[in-house]
Design a protein around this ligand. Sequence first.
Ligand SMILES: C[S@@+](CC[C@H](N)C(=O)[O-])C[C@H]1O[C@@H](n2cnc3c(N)ncnc32)[C@H](O)[C@@H]1O
Length: 134
Amino acid sequence: MNRDTYEIGLPIIQKAGVEHKINFIQSSALSALDELLEDDANRESFDFAFVDADKVNYQKYHERLLQLVKVGGIIAYDNTLWFGTVAMPEEFVKESQKRNRLHIIELNKFLANDDRVQISQVPLGDGITICRRL
Ligand SMILES: C[S@@+](CC[C@H](N)C(=O)[O-])C[C@H]1O[C@@H](n2cnc3c(N)ncnc32)[C@H](O)[C@@H]1O
């Protein structure tokens, strides 16, 4: 969404000699994924996806990424513990955290029951759910 943010890291990326591996797409993630899906060559072609943007759309990303990531590939979701609030009674949750908390709880339940992936919940930082496509 924001090229300025990418450009903060760009000198480090260049210093590491990996700029040629990056295709920066300035776009909302949903439309970027939909565009990738228009080309059949992209389907089941990715090894790994890391999702760390708008929590409200995580399930929509999941449906698209399952088509883009190959069998055995990984889709990782950040913030799936949402500051620990997913395991707290609602009365202890700050008002500002409530909305995303509900989306994340819904995603966690969904992923736990999704037989297209095997999952591992990693309790590091704000929680990462690693999904391996079956
Ligand atoms: C928490 S930061 C990601 C940090 C990144 N994963 C890292 O480790 O450096 C969230 C990023 O998602 C971007 N973002 C938010 N909503 C988005 C959307 N709908 N589509 C694409 N990017 C979005 C924001 O501009 C921001 O750069």
